[in-house]
Design a protein around this ligand. Structure first.
Ligand code: GLP
Length: 235
């Protein structure tokens, strides 16, 4: 596990860009991508770089159930806005939030992940330690499935919607077992409201109560943390 401490998320974005460049140099071809506000500066840095993803594949972690790709609140729209518009990939995969047949959609997405093993996976983290939308209690060997979002996640995501009632209650998310298959993982966290989750993730016991704690078992994981997110670490 390598921890990169940065002053702020702008510097974090630059460090993440350096890791992306390194990955591309090593031949990485499939990129696991994340949404939320955390990766914003990373995507800005990628957009301003000379990196070319036109022959690469991206696979996103998750999507809200019920939102179509055209919905401005969908994670698909987020990705177009923050990255794909400027840096298109050869293929970009996200779960289809409009597929009402959850089993079919989850199996379809798991097949895509199995056929395109992720070289480099980008992650944010929820305040309760979730990764993707794998809420506390999610199985460590899980594959893509439909997940009921917790109150804490609904509250945290309400800021992106006009009314809290508009926040979708369910999401399709890559499972922790699939996330852990990535050859290299980068988790970024910024701000005080991530400090508890980061302390438990890095120094606490490996437990499904803190989904990201399983990263302690991954052979190749980087954390980019600002001072606040790292403030509760003992070392
Ligand atoms: C959502 C996403 C996660 C993200 C988390 C934190 O739950 N599914 O992938 O890590 O939010 O979001 P933020 O980066 O906005 O704090």
């Amino acid at each position: 596990m390598k921890i990169i401490r940065v002053k702020d998320e702008i510097e974090g974005g630059q460090e993440a860009l350096a890791l992306f460049k390194d990955q591309v140099k090593q031949g990485a071809h499939v990129f696991g991508l994340a949404t939320g506000s955390t990766p914003n500066t990373t995507y800005q840095a990628l957009c301003q770089s000379d990196l070319d993803f036109s022959e690469a594949i991206s696979i996103n972690l998750d999507e809200y159930v019920g939102l179509s790709h055209n919905d401005p609140q969908s994670y698909y729209s987020y990705m177009v806005e923050h990255l794909f518009k400027q840096k298109p990939f050869k293929h970009s995969y996200l779960p289809d939030g409009t597929n009402e047949d959850a089993d079919e959609e989850c199996q379809r997405y798991s097949r895509i992940i199995a056929q395109n093993p992720v070289d480099f996976q980008l992650l944010g983290i929820g305040r309760n330690g979730h990764i993707g939308f794998n809420e506390p209690g999610s199985p460590f060997d899980g594959t893509t499935r439909k997940i009921k979002l917790t109150e804490s996640t609904l509250n945290a995501n309400a800021r992106f919607f006009a009314n809290e009632a508009d926040v979708p209650r369910y999401a399709y998310s890559m499972g922790i077992g699939e996330i852990m298959q990535a050859k290299t993982i980068l988790l970024e966290a910024y701000g005080m409201n991530k400090a508890d989750a980061i302390q438990k993730t890095i120094e606490g016991p490996v437990t499904p109560n803190v989904p990201a704690s399983i990263l302690q078992k991954h052979p190749n994981v980087y954390f980019i943390l600002d001072e606040e997110a790292a403030s509760k670490l003992s070392k």
